[in-house]
Design a protein around this ligand. Structure first.
Ligand SMILES: Cc1cc2nc3c(=O)[nH]c(=O)nc-3n(C[C@H](O)[C@H](O)[C@H](O)COP(=O)(O)OP(=O)(O)OC[C@H]3O[C@@H](n4cnc5c(N)ncnc54)[C@H](O)[C@@H]3O)c2cc1C
Length: 392
């Protein structure tokens, strides 16, 4: 039996960042991760950071590589079939740029600092189980190399993503979930080609498309696809051809094609579990909520959850004060629901839904025209895209 102050389930960005911040506050933690480090680091996911996330990562000593390799940009472009695209300018409306910096690089940095500082990460921890969460001495059991181990702790942080064990360990009567599944997914590719240089969301009658980037020579592109799409039916040539069809000609001409180095399909989902706490278990990141990637909120929400949770745990251990622990779920959920609303609205506007009729399509077009013409409408979207400030 081992002991730690905080047992962290899941070594994705939320779990690793929490562990790093706790270490800076001299609070001991252990991460239990189901996969190997190599597996975690090869996952390609989010890439756009809000200014608040950038500042927070810098303050946590994680800014050097981000400032060197990240790409600061003034916001995102919205394109609509044959109409001229326009920029949702976060710099102009909120005074701050957005930053493209891949989740993979952030995770690599987090692993680097955790290993440098002697952080304890148990890889390939199987069959993790949580016990006595409602009491004052929770326990976590897991299997590793055929042996069962148990950890006693003061708190459990459930950072194990949507499919993890933490949320499922909460009794059904103590949690309420809210969900919207979308009738489509995103087919995405990564290619070592120069990006178009901007983040561009495009709506076309054939479906949504997104041009994004992870570095000066690394591009990320997505197209809306059916849920039954088979990746084998999408060789690179077909993907590039379809992608270009969905952007206005001037943008399509700037897309540099090349062999893909990764190709995957992500289903889209909106999901929230409330509250984000059960006894001494606190949920953070995708374990508690999922947003469709439209609007780039998933990773940013994981970061803000960790900000609130770490601050609360530090207040508990340092000052024997539980006020932030008591308010954790409410505070985190205010930001979560704002991001859920924003990504839902953006998803609705920019995607083609099977039930969209001519009326719905005209309404969406009118919304695009309004957004393009109205400075105050753009300011509102820019404010939400740049993200709400963290609450005191
Ligand atoms: C394919 C894909 C594309 C995405 N693209 C974007 C994007 O473009 N923009 C955006 O903002 N967001 C995107 N997201 C969302 C973003 O990546 C997530 O919000 C972010 O990863 C959340 O971090 P997390 O640490 O909470 O969860 P995760 O990254 O899911 O990490 C959870 C960790 O827990 C581990 N784990 C799971 N179960 C167990 C268990 N039982 N025991 C121990 N460990 C366990 C997992 O192996 C994983 O390492 C994408 C997500 C996916 C899946």
């Amino acid at each position: 039996m081992r002991r730690t102050q905080v047992a962290i389930i899941g070594g994705g960005p939320a779990g690793l960042l929490l562990s790093h911040l706790l270490h800076l506050d001299k609070i001991d933690s252990v991460i239990l991760e189901r996969q190997t480090k190599a597996y975690v680091l090869q996952r390609i996911r989010a890439g756009v950071l809000e200014p608040g996330s950038v500042k927070f990562l810098r303050d946590a000593g994680l800014g050097e590589r981000m400032d060197r390799e990240g790409h600061a940009h003034d916001g995102s472009w919205i394109a609509w079939q044959d109409r001229e695209a326009f920029l949702i300018n976060t710099k102009a409306h909120c005074g701050k740029p957005m930053t493209s910096f891949g989740q993979t690089a952030i995770t690599e940095e987090l692993y680097r600092v955790r290993e440098r500082d002697g952080g304890r990460i148990v890889e390939e921890a199987e069959n993790v189980r949580l016990f006595d969460l409602a009491g004052s001495a929770p326990k976590v059991a897991y299997e590793k190399d055929g042996e069962t181990a148990t950890i006693e702790c003061d708190f459990v942080a459930g950072c194990d993503g949507f499919h993890g064990v933490s949320r499922r360990s909460i009794p059904g009567a103590a949690i309420k979930t809210f969900e919207r599944a979308y009738p489509f997914g995103w087919l995405g590719i990564m290619s070592e080609t120069p990006p178009v240089g901007e983040v561009i969301y495009a709506r076309h009658e054939r479906g949504f498309a997104l041009a994004s980037l992870r570095g000066p020579a690394l591009s990320r592109y997505y197209i809306q696809c059916g849920l039954d799409t088979d990746i084998a039916d999408w060789p690179d040539d077909r993907f590039w051809e379809e992608l270009k069809r969905r952007f206005p000609t001037d943008i399509a001409q700037r897309i540099v094609t090349g062999p893909s180095i990764e190709k995957s399909i992500a289903p889209l989902r909106s999901f929230v579990a409330e509250p984000m706490r059960y006894g001494r278990l606190f949920l953070a990141g995708d374990a508690a909520h999922i947003v469709p990637p439209t609007g780039a909120k998933g990773l940013n929400l994981a970061i803000s959850d960790v900000f609130y949770l770490e601050r609360a745990l530090a207040q508990h251990f340092r000052e024997r004060d539980d006020r932030y622990l008591e308010s954790y779920s409410d505070m985190a959920l205010r930001r979560v629901w704002a991001a859920e609303r924003f990504s839902w609205q953006l998803t609705k506007l920019l995607h083609v839904f099977p039930e969209d009729d001519d009326f719905e399509t005209r309404i969406k077009l009118s919304e695009f025209d309004h957004l393009k013409a109205s400075r105050s409408a753009q300011a509102s979207v820019a404010e939400q895209y740049a993200g709400l400030p963290f609450e005191d």
